[in-house]
Design a protein around this ligand. Structure first.
Ligand SMILES: *Cc1c(COP(=O)(O)O)cnc(C)c1O
Length: 253
């Protein structure tokens, strides 16, 4: 009898290793000012069952991303997942009434999608109830809507500095880790550098200049299955890759 989960396991391990190879090649094409960071691969497991997360863990993957709260809660609390060396990235739109659900997830590593002062404040005030150690800060990224599309979340480019300042000065339980963007879907890098990625790089420059921060301490989360290599060449330090690891997802309805 064919053991389909075994075959899938092999696929996932193979996909991860070929992506990691491509990440290294992309690194070698970066301008020298970006050459000090090794980009992190976040395996985006949304819509995929827990056994595929376990397969990726078995293949040596540690960082995982989810963008629906209920799925993160389910997979994060799975008995064969929560005991592993796993670091969860929440990468979806977060409503304030769901903040505590996300904060309660075992091994939560970062919320990449803080896009307003109100959300930052809710995460900041909620975290002490859930953290394991007294002074353990929760990593957050500020999500920026680089494409200006109304349906995309994220603060406006011009508001990024003020929001980062708020997190740094008013959220004592949070650690500001960097900036994140999704950008317009389906951009073809054959047409030149992706304008959303270029905007995020520029946004970091502006934020660092205005707030006196060191660029090396401000990460950039950008790039997905179709464009992670391109994003790395432009300076991404955190790529969020789903379908290239776990296979295509059913189209959204
Ligand atoms: C789904 C998703 C990804 C991964 O998309 P793929 O195209 O499957 O790699 C990355 N980032 C966010 C915010 C997502 O929602």
């Amino acid at each position: 009898m064919i053991n389909s989960s075994k075959f899938r396991m092999a696929d996932i391990a193979g996909n991860l290793s070929s992506i990691k190879e491509k990440i290294l090649i992309a690194c070698s094409k970066r301008p020298p000012e970006f050459s000090n960071v090794t980009p992190r691969l976040v395996a985006v497991s949304k819509t995929k069952p827990p056994n595929l997360v376990i397969s990726a863990l078995d293949a040596g993957q540690h960082h995982f991303g989810e963008n629906y709260v209920n799925e993160l809660v389910e997979k994060g609390n799975h008995p064969d997942i929560k005991t592993r060396d796993i670091r969860w990235h929440f990468i979806g739109h977060l409503q304030r009434n769901k903040v505590n659900k996300v904060l309660a997830v075992p091994n939560l590593h970062v919320i990449e999608t803080v896009d307003s002062e109100k959300l930052a404040a809710a995460v900041d005030s909620g975290w002490p109830k859930f953290r394991k150690l007294d002074d353990d800060k929760l990593n957050v990224m500020v999500q920026v809507n680089t494409s200006g599309e109304e349906e995309k979340s994220g603060c406006e480019l011009g508001q990024a500095s003020a929001l980062v300042k708020y997190v740094l000065e008013s959220c004592k339980n949070l650690h500001f880790m960097g900036l994140m963007t999704i950008g317009t879907y389906g951009y073809d890098p054959a047409n030149g550098p992706n304008p959303d990625f270029v905007s995020l790089v520029k946004c970091r420059e502006d934020v660092c200049k205005e707030l006196g921060l060191d660029k090396d301490n401000v990460e950039l989360s950008m790039g997905m299955s179709t464009d992670y290599e391109h994003a790395i060449e432009l300076g991404s330090s955190n790529v969020r890759v789903g379908s290239a690891i776990f296979g295509e997802r059913p189209p959204k309805v």
